[in-house]
Design a protein around this ligand. Structure first.
Ligand code: ATP
Length: 334
């Protein structure tokens, strides 16, 4: 039986990196029946700022998606589609493994970096609740609930237990947001009590940013509310070669949507130079979710081989290969 997967190429560099992922997945021989659904800025505008129905209908059928980025307008315009999708499917856990690819030359190439970020995916300042009180005064509501905080904490601890990871650090700013981030920490502490074998620590977000730059090797699993997760993920991506590298998974109890950490990169879109590694690594996470461990490992090893050889790197990593050339090199290594 083939796996049925919803493919959402997205916009910007999305279609270019999605094509790369489909080519590599096909080359593994894993039978996948794609349900391809289009999603881009114009379509969302035409649908009144909402996710078009066929996208949700497909994901309800397949329960698994591989998704490219979709542009969100800055300031005005519609509400982020990524945020809408995560809410609509209750994809409450955003999982982002940040790992140094063996052989890839980066600023931290001699530092063992193997961090997994768990980002709460449904609330916090992403609630979309903003209010212009009077002209020139705006409030943005940061929503933290016991339910969502406990859920993401439990997800992270269970994941850590399954993988035999040793330490979880909760990231917060509870010295300032005493109630909101205070509640988040209270939930993490409560859950930690059920996982005695895992060391639990806490770190204020600004200190965490500095520590990540100074001594990233000290971190194992990072657990945090939505907005810190967004910012710390990009910082962490910078430690291992940038946004072209780091994959992600949006997990719910029923659905799973796999997508790179990066956005639609309008500055390089349409030029065939984007690095597809981040979406390819997201596809690896998807294969693991589908129970296709052998194919996942083959892609991982092929990526490592191409990066350590260094002959077919894309421009973001100092090479001159196009997206297609890089992808062909990966397929040859499979
Ligand atoms: P968003 O807020 O939508 O997540 P962002 O602000 O993180 O987006 P991106 O669109 O991810 O921004 O792009 C940030 C920078 O990283 C840009 O200069 C872009 O070209 C670069 N970049 C992002 N993804 C890739 C990629 N796959 N390959 C090469 N460069 C990339």
């Amino acid at each position: 039986m083939p796996h049925r997967v919803t493919l959402i190429p997205g916009d910007g560099i999305g279609p270019e990196v999605a094509e790369a992922a489909v080519r590599v997945l096909e080359a593994t021989g894993v039978p996948i029946e794609w349900e391809r659904v289009e999603l881009n800025e114009e379509m969302i505008l035409a649908a009144g700022g909402r996710i078009p129905e066929p996208v949700l209908a497909s994901l309800h059928r397949t329960l698994v998606g591989l998704k490219g980025p979709v542009t969100t307008p800055v300031a005005g315009g519609f509400r982020s589609l990524n945020v809408q999708l995560r809410k609509a499917l209750d994809l409450y856990a955003n999982v982002r493994p940040v790992r140094r690819l063996p052989g890839l030359k980066t600023r931290y190439q001699d530092t063992p970096i193997d961090i997994i970020i768990f980002r709460e995916n449904t609330e916090d300042l992403y609630s979309g609740l903003e209010n212009e009180v009077v002209d020139g005064v705006v409030t943005s509501l940061k929503v933290i609930t016991r339910r969502a905080s406990t859920r993401i904490a439990r997800y992270a601890f269970q994941y850590a237990r399954k993988l035999g990871r040793k330490k979880i650090t909760a990231i917060h700013k509870a010295n300032i947001m005493k109630l909101g981030d205070g509640l988040f920490l209270e939930c993490c502490r409560q859950v930690a009590q059920d996982f005695e074998e895992i060391q639990y620590t806490e770190l204020i977000v600004d200190n965490a940013a500095m520590q990540l730059v100074m001594r990233p090797e000290q971190f194992d699993i990072l657990l945090m509310p939505n907005l810190y997760g967004d910012i710390i993920s990009d910082l962490a991506a910078g430690l291992v070669g940038g946004l072209g590298i780091v994959p992600g998974a949006n997990m719910g109890d029923e659905h799973a949507v796999f997508e790179a950490v990066h956005g639609s990169a309008p500055d390089i879109a349409g030029r065939g130079v984007a690095n597809p590694t981040a979406l390819l690594q997201s596809a690896v996470l998807m294969l693991l979710h589908l129970g296709e461990e052998a194919a996942a490992m083959r892609i991982e090893r092929a990526l490592e081989a191409v990066h350590s050889e260094g002959k077919h790197l894309t421009r973001d990593l100092g090479g001159s290969a196009t997206t297609r050339e890089f992808t062909t090199a990966v397929i040859e290594k499979l």
